[in-house]
Design a protein around this ligand. Structure first.
Ligand code: PMP
Length: 362
């Protein structure tokens, strides 16, 4: 479509064009029901069909084993920063966190409101340019869990593989890389992700939780903030975000048609490979922010020689139809977010622009 931007937004982010068109076709009248999906009861058979199919698709695409619940919650991943400690921290236990950047830090700060926390490893001294090695992680005996941020959206770092925590439940914030590659859910006690990067629009948060962790929180927790409330009711305790779940359904069908997690992973590797090659082959004109071994396949962060030049890059790219390349205000620089739905051609167009910009300004 001629007027679609090269969308590199960090989230909410690009959705597959086919999905948007499908939603448009079904927007006013949904599958012979005489109304929009947004106008019907969440207790009716039509919506329930969408709800259940979305859960089934997630189970299939993420290969979720028996013994795990898949939940659709609200409040964004930011609410999970609180729900995890509220539900899982018990007196005498400590929430352990790996401090990898901006989002991990937010999760830690929130957990401090509810109990004792510890930083099991940190790359703060290296400006969060890297993911700590497994050997750096010091897990206390009384850890209730170890929390990792799978992909730091702002710094552009990503865990290549997750640490083995033995019997201590591993908790993962997968907001910015869920379903970018196959996942071994059984390594985790709980994973969560806001939908608005790889799964759909904002408004729904996916939680996958091992059933033995649902249990009973140690202290009083509001009904809506207990995992048990939503696990017992198949995420239909109250009105769910029906439209966001429906859009997620369409995105998951699209991922399935791309060959599932392994299919999108191949394209993601290719897209990230092209951008990192453009950075590394620029004779230092572009400098990658993340250390090589910790580079994200979802958020490619880079800097130029001066902030002035970075501003010029952002401005000129915007004028040529590229959107969202300015880095997050907290770290500056530039960032290309290349989630599943960003087409390979758009990455090629960006690589061409980068080459051209470097020739004109190098
Ligand atoms: N964690 C990560 C890794 C994120 O990228 C974000 C959002 N950019 C969040 C948490 C917060 O998500 P939300 O806006 O859904 O609360």
């Amino acid at each position: 479509m001629a007027n679609r931007a090269y969308n590199f937004n960090a989230g909410p982010a690009a959705l597959p064009l086919e999905v948007l068109q499908q939603a448009q076709e079904q927007f006013v009248e949904f599958r012979g029901s005489g109304m929009s999906l947004m106008e019907m009861s969440h207790r009716g058979a039509i919506y329930e069909g969408v709800h259940q199919e979305t859960e089934q698709l997630l189970r299939e695409l993420l290969n979720v084993p028996e013994g795990y619940k898949v939940l659709f919650l609200q409040g964004g991943a930011s609410t999970q920063f609180a729900m995890v400690p509220m539900n899982l921290l018990k007196p005498g236990t400590v929430g352990a966190y790996v401090a990898t950047g901006s989002w991990a830090t937010k999760a830690i700060e929130e957990a401090k409101l509810f109990g004792e926390t510890t930083i099991a490893a940190s790359s703060e001294a290296d400006q969060y340019k890297r993911i700590p090695a497994a050997a750096e992680i010091a897990l206390p005996d009384n850890a209730a869990y170890l929390h990792v941020t799978s992909n730091e959206t702002i710094e552009g770092t990503q865990w290549a593989s997750y640490p083995d925590t033995g019997t201590v439940p591993l908790i993962g914030d997968l907001s910015s890389d869920i379903l970018c590659r196959p996942l071994n859910v059984s390594q985790f006690g709980l994973v969560y992700a806001g939908a608005q990067k790889n799964l759909g629009p904002s408004g729904v948060t996916i939680v996958i939780i091992r059933e033995d962790l649902i249990g009973k929180p140690a202290g009083p927790v509001p009904t809506m903030l207990r995992y048990a409330t939503h696990a017992k009711t198949d995420s239909l305790y109250n009105t769910p975000p029906t439209f966001a779940i429906y859009m997620t359904n369409l995105v998951l069908r699209w991922v399935k048609a791309q060959g599932g997690a392994a299919g999108v992973e191949r394209v993601n590797q290719e897209k990230a490979g092209l951008l990192y090659a453009a950075i590394d082959g620029s004779d230092g004109f572009y400098r990658g922010f993340a250390e090589t071994g910790s580079r994200s396949v979802m958020n490619v962060t880079f800097r130029l020689a001066s902030e002035e030049l970075e501003k010029q890059f952002a401005k000129e790219s915007e004028a040529q139809g590229f959107s969202g390349l300015k880095g997050h205000r907290s770290v500056g620089g530039l960032r290309a977010s290349i989630y599943n739905a960003v087409p390979l051609e758009n990455v090629r167009a960006l690589v061409d622009f980068m080459g051209d910009f470097a020739r004109r300004n190098g």
